[in-house]
Ligand binder design. Structure first.
Ligand code: UDX
Ligand code: ADP
Length: 459
């Protein structure tokens, strides 16, 4: 089986960067990324590479190299499906907001629509690759829809979950720890494997059965999220006992069995994956009546919610138990540094909590746009849009955001926050000048020497 043309349905945070790298490394394969969202496709096609819809370090260079050569972005979904030998499905699978499984199960509406569209449009046999994170056994649904086209076509379904992390997507795609391919048909597996072998050593490409591959993606994210909740739970114990969470993380991380990565205490994990995938895992476990298993993983989410609430409460309590009318500057809104993605960002929930207490919030984030911040708050439905814009202002200058503030909260670990002129910031603030560091980013000694009252998670 030889793959000459690839289509990818979904030009989001996963589909866009992943297909850009596949095209970069396989110049002989034509890769077309399609999306229903016209603005998004226009942005992917923008001549100014700074306007790509996804901000990722190094992405502009990859797109610049491949776009127009063998990488194309289009809204013509039917044409791309019809032309392709292999189709990646990389659409969103949000948590259901209605009906059975509301608030927990993954909404597979978009996946099913893709399968139906492929079934309608295809006139030749194709390999379908699940890139989106989906519940275990979704491939059976896709296969069932494709097997009933009545056109006598052969569709092979493979699972190939993406493990890139935002902010380091290009680095992760260029040097993956592993590529996982699940499937039954050996020639389809071989064809997909050969695409990755253009740059990934063969021994890093793992093949499994379909269900192991689908489940492994959920489990990988659950384990990563669990580590963050584990260290975050310890951060509270550190604050109560006088231990320092960074020292504890360092001490336990030296044990090679535990390992040092992903032990950074924070205001709580965010991102489009961790919470959604945990909820999904909990839902699947419950649907098999595995209630103890479900409760175990549910606790990882509970600790994460607790950490966000605890941080907001700490701000209120430190500022003499009221923030009503007080100005609090938020440095950072993205769910982590080096991305403009705000999905499930801790900043949204901390802001919501403080706005309920009638705080005045100024937000500065180097990459997140104003309309996104208001959209995030609107989606919570806690108060009207006009109240949100009365209480919260988005600034394009960090010094202006901190001007006359009673306190500053660090919500995202952007490197540039460390380089600010903190003396200038302090001189222009109300006193006592509080800093609440939700990322343990700044230098305590430096800030205390300048006269700040400094609080960091887990100290
Ligand atoms: C995650 C997985 O890492 C990736 O493999 C998968 O494909 C998608 O989900 P992502 O959500 O993009 O990637 O970022 P990640 O680096 O995992 O961070 C998730 C959240 O955890 C962020 O809010 C981050 O700030 C937080 N985090 C991470 C911590 O608070 N402490 C840590 O030690 C690590
Ligand atoms: P992810 O982080 O998984 O990449 P995103 O939400 O960033 O998720 O991207 C998913 C993209 O998939 C969106 O841009 C959305 O418009 C697109 N999409 C969803 N359903 C379809 C469909 N049936 N056809 C084409 N594009 C779709």
């Amino acid at each position: 089986m030889r793959i000459n043309k690839i289509a990818c349905i979904g030009a989001g945070y996963v589909g866009g960067p992943t297909m850009s790298v596949i095209a970069q490394k396989n110049p002989h394969i034509q890769v077309t990324v399609v999306d229903l969202n016209v603005d998004r496709i226009n942005a992917w096609n923008d001549e100014n590479l700074e306007k790509l819809p996804v901000y990722e370090p190094g992405l502009d260079a990859v797109v610049g190299e491949a776009r127009g050569r063998n990488l194309f972005f289009s809204t013509d979904v039917d044409q791309a499906i019809s032309d392709a030998d292999m189709i990646f499905i990389s659409v969103n699978t949000p948590t259901k907001t209605y009906g059975k499984g509301k608030g927990q199960a993954a909404d597979l509406k978009f996946i099913e629509l893709c399968a139906r569209q492929i079934a309608d449009v295809a006139t030749s046999s194709k390999v379908i690759v699940e890139k989106s994170t989906i519940p275990v056994r979704t491939a059976a649904t896709i296969k069932s829809i494709l097997d009933h086209t009545g056109k006598g076509l052969q569709f092979q379904v493979l699972s190939n979950p993406e493990f890139l992390a935002e902010g380091t997507a290009i680095q992760d795609l260029h040097h993956p720890d592993r590529i996982l391919i699940g499937g039954e048909d050996q020639s389809a597996i071989k064809a997909l494997k050969s695409i990755y072998e253009a740059w990934v050593p063969s021994e890093r490409i793992i093949t499994t059965n379909l269900w192991s591959s689908e489940l492994s993606k959920l489990v990988a994210n659950a384990f990563l999220a669990q580590r963050v909740s584990s260290i975050n739970s310890i951060s509270e114990l550190c604050e109560a006992t006088g231990a320092n969470v960074e020292e504890v993380a360092n001490a336990i991380g030296q044990d090679t069995r535990i390992g040092s990565k992903f032990l950074k205490a924070s205001v709580g994990f965010g991102g489009s994956c961790f919470q959604k995938d945990l909820l999904n895992l909990v839902y699947i476990a419950r649907s098999y009546n595995l209630n103890e298993v479900a409760d175990y993983w549910d606790q990882v989410i509970k600790i994460n919610d607790h950490q966000k609430t605890r941080f907001a409460e700490k701000i209120i309590q430190s500022m003499y138990n009221t923030v009503n009318g007080k100005k609090i500057a938020f440095l950072g809104w993205a769910f982590k540094k080096n991305t403009n993605d705000t999905r499930e960002s801790a900043a949204i929930y901390v802001a919501d909590h403080l706005l309920e207490e009638r705080a005045q919030i100024n937000v500065f984030d180097p990459k997140v746009q104003e309309h996104q911040i208001y959209k995030d708050l609107k989606e919570l439905n806690t108060r009207s849009a006009s109240e949100n814009s009365e209480l919260l202002t988005v600034m394009d200058d960090p010094y202006k955001a901190c001007q006359a503030a009673h306190g500053i909260a660090i919500l995202t670990e952007w490197d540039e926050f460390n380089d600010y002129d903190w003396k200038r910031i302090k001189d222009n603030m109300k006193k006592p000048a509080f800093v609440f560091d939700g990322r343990k980013l700044l230098d305590r000694k430096k800030l205390e020497d300048l006269g700040f009252v400094y609080y960091a998670i887990g100290e």
